[in-house]
Ligand binder design. Structure first.
Ligand code: 5RP
Length: 234
């Protein structure tokens, strides 16, 4: 296991200790950090912790089933007490880039269905400015090249003259999200006004969702490779 894996594990353990209690309805994130978190839930759940999970991806549903975490459909639960999920980058205001694992749409629906969203990261994800990590933009397959053209226009208004935008592939095929959509990864290097960019991206027809999570996280649990962790509130 690498130091960064240790940091992810520690963040998950700390989140369980700090935030979980009997009866809570919990959004379960996606990605490697969330996988540690969900796997670590197996023991407290076996020991009697009564939570109900709502997943953010099919993959997390499989991990939760292995850990024997009881699951519910968001349509039946409607409001969650807390959502706990990873991030690709998080800044000092708690704004994030998510979607490196392709689950951003369900993640944003689940995060905003929760009274409180807590991000779980290893310390390499904490940044001064968002944007080094390519920004995932989830688009409807129909007319996606036209949507990409609109995306380029919107980005040009934000000073990105000719950014690299990649259609995400997996195993030689276009990757489909759990919702059946495509992902365009926009390499922006630095995002100076993430809230404004997020608002603009929301106006493009064909864009289902994007990976800027603005004002959603209430706290972040940061794990460090030495086994320590800290929590920041926003
Ligand atoms: C998936 C996500 C993940 O939370 C994000 O990519 C972080 O993943 P990891 O914990 O593997 O670094 O947004 O869509």
């Amino acid at each position: 296991m690498t130091g960064q894996d240790d940091a992810k594990r520690v963040a998950g353990e700390r989140a369980i200790a700090e935030y979980l209690a009997d009866g809570l309805r919990v959004g379960l994130g996606s990605g490697t950090t969330s996988r540690w978190f969900v796997r670590t839930l197996a023991k407290p759940v076996a020991d009697g912790l009564t939570i109900t999970g709502v997943v953010t991806s099919q993959t997390t549903a499989e991990v939760a089933a292995e850990a024997k975490v009881p699951l519910a459909d968001l349509n039946d639960v409607l409001e969650l007490d807390i959502a706990i999920d990873g991030a690709d980058e998080i800044d000092a205001a708690g704004n994030m880039i998510k979607g490196g694992g392709g689950a951003l749409l369900w993640e944003k629906i689940v995060a905003t269905a929760a009274k409180k969203m807590v991000a779980l990261v290893d310390d390499s994800k904490v940044v001064e400015k968002l944007g080094k990590f390519p920004l995932p933009v989830e688009v409807i397959p129909f007319g996606w090249r036209s949507t990409e053209r609109h995306l380029r226009r919107a980005l040009a208004d934000f000073g990105y003259a000719d950014p690299k935008i990649e259609l995400r592939m997996r195993d030689g095929d276009i990757m489909r999200t759990d919702g059946g959509h495509y992902i365009l990864d926009a390499h922006l290097k630095q995002i100076d006004d993430a809230p404004a960019l997020a608002a603009r991206l929301n106006t493009i027809p064909g864009v289902v969702e994007h990976g800027l999570f603005i004002g959603i996280a209430a706290a972040v649990v940061i794990g460090h490779p030495d086994g320590s962790s800290d929590i920041r509130h926003f």
